[in-house]
Design a protein around this ligand. Structure first.
Ligand code: GUN
Length: 507
């Protein structure tokens, strides 16, 4: 189905380029999924479309839909399972290579669950860097089907690697007894049975996508988990098909330390390595980037490379605080993500925006940047830039897709309405999200899912939960046995000098 047409009347609209504090009253015409007119022309245009749906947005604030620019659908069933843990331990508990093969039903149900949470939080686009392990074509189909059915826009990347992840825990060789080495696989475990990248190209990239709201990205897991050959293939595919790339970088101090130890030929810098391998540039998005050094930040600015900030998981995994201010000063485009449910634990863009806006001031009490606006931009236009859709996502303007959120201005969060942007970022928690529109189609109305039967959807999800919980319990037991060694590895990581301090909470 092509995008829908509708006329939204009487709302207070955050029009692109307008005052973000004082939205203006305006009508919006969405025609076949695209914003065709704003203001009086919208009403004139709508008159020529017989039977067009009208939404009365009186008492509503109309915002561009939010973009979750870093997310993984693979562990949505794991929300709330864990207290905070350092990244290296969390990975062993949370990520697909630790688990037995999942059923197609579970993959579809968990994707729908994450999508529902995103939509209820006002997100109209998600970048899903999904790990399917072991890889199964049917499972990827289940992911795509889920997004298509629920009506969330998705930019899907398979997460891939070709270096075993065990060496991503610094000191593992010294710390873990030999007999336990075989139990230490991590998220970067490559699935050697199939060349996922070749499959992905042949099956999806070479022909137009059958799903209108799904586009593609590339997901090399992290530079240290990929050989130079795999990076070169990533660069080539990105150029041939004009695809954005998402990768994890310097998420934890352990990852920074590993770079210092493993890449002496690049001065211990993953950014320098990626520069030499031709990956830096406007199509590349670096998720996390907590432990960047000053010279690396400059290089990101010079090359137009983007960063996706994930404040929720960075705090929960004790990773530290990303250098938001330094990145802003270097002119790096920032987007915002909610990352995994097992470490965030919410797909809640308001929590992420608020933390983004507040974190900056821990490291610099002189900063005068309007950070609420910066956080809002990261969650809208910054996300659009990250997914290579500057032209038509993240803004309310003629020519953009009709991806919109209507907030209820009678919610206490907006009473009185002093500044729309500050109240969305600092006051809203999700309660005020009333209507969510993707491609002109109302997906959430008065807080309720319209594209699927939500009760049935929850039943499907609950049907797969017992098996997931059983498998998680087994994994937890295994990791419990490893705990003393993981603790020792972390003590050593923490004592090491990586040439920077990201205001960590310490562990
Ligand atoms: N934050 C995060 N880092 C990863 N590294 C490999 N997989 C993941 C993941 O799912 N989330």
């Amino acid at each position: 189905m092509a995008g829908c047409s509708l006329l939204i009347r009487n709302g207070l609209v955050l029009v692109d380029g307008g005052d973000p504090h004082r939205p203006q009253q305006a009508e919006i015409l969405v025609k076949d999924g695209v914003i065709a007119a704003i203001g009086d022309q919208a009403v004139v245009g709508a008159a020529a479309i017989p039977g067009i749906t009208e939404i009365d947005a009186g008492g509503k604030l109309v915002s561009p839909g939010f973009i979750n620019a870093h997310y993984h659908s693979h562990d949505t069933l794991a929300k709330g399972l864990m207290e905070q843990k350092p990244l290296e331990t969390w990975r062993l508990l949370a990520l697909p290579p630790q688990y037995p093969k999942r059923s197609r039903e579970e993959i579809k149900a968990r994707t729908l669950l994450g999508a529902l949470e995103c939509l209820r939080s006002g997100m109209t686009t998600v970048q899903d860097m999904v790990t399917l392990y072991p890889f199964d074509e049917e499972h990827l189909d289940a992911v795509l089907e889920a997004y298509d059915e629920i009506g969330l826009r998705a930019v899907v990347a398979l997460q891939y690697a070709d270096i075993k992840g065990i060496n991503t825990i610094p000191f593992w060789k010294e710390v873990f007894p030999k007999e336990l080495h075989g139990q230490l696989s991590t998220a970067a475990e490559p699935d050697a049975r199939i060349d996922q990248l070749a499959y992905f190209e042949d099956t999806f990239l070479k022909k137009p996508c059958q799903f209108e709201r799904i586009t593609w990205a590339l997901g090399p897991s992290a530079p240290e988990r990929c050989t130079s050959d795999l990076i070169a293939r990533t660069v080539a595919l990105s150029e041939t098909y004009d695809l954005p790339i998402f990768t994890h970088i310097y998420e934890s101090k352990g990852m920074a330390l590993q770079a210092r130890m493993e890449y002496p030929e690049h001065g211990g810098s993953l950014i320098r390595r990626l520069d030499e391998e031709g990956l830096l540039g406007p199509r590349l998005n670096l998720a996390h980037s907590v432990w960047l050094q000053d010279a690396e930040i400059e290089l990101l600015g010079e090359t137009g490379t983007n960063v996706v900030i994930n404040p929720l998981s960075n705090m929960k995994l004790k990773s530290g605080i990303p250098p938001i201010l330094e990145l802003q000063r270097a002119g790096v485009s920032l987007a915002l993500g909610c990352d995994n449910c097992s470490c965030s634990d919410a797909q809640n863009i308001f929590q992420a925006m608020k933390l983004f806006g507040l974190m900056v001031h821990i490291s610099d009490d002189q900063d005068q940047t309007p950070q609420a606006e910066a956080a809002f931009d990261a969650a809208t236009t910054g996300g659009a830039h990250a997914v290579n859709r500057d032209a038509d996502l993240g803004r309310i303007k003629v020519g953009a897709r009709g991806d919109l959120v209507l907030f209820d201005l009678t919610d206490p969060s907006y009473v009185p309405l002093n500044s729309a942007v500050r109240q969305i970022v600092y006051t809203e928690g999700g309660r005020g999200v009333d209507t969510v529109i993707v491609d002109g189609r109302v997906v959430i109305d008065d807080g309720e899912l319209k594209t699927m039967d939500q009760a049935k959807l929850l039943e499907q999800i609950m049907a797969v939960v017992p098996q997931f919980r059983e498998d998680y319990a087994q994994i937890e037991k295994r990791v419990d046995k490893l705990q003393p060694y993981l603790d020792e590895a972390h003590r050593r990581i923490w004592a090491a000098d990586v040439g920077g301090n990201r205001l960590f909470t310490g562990h």
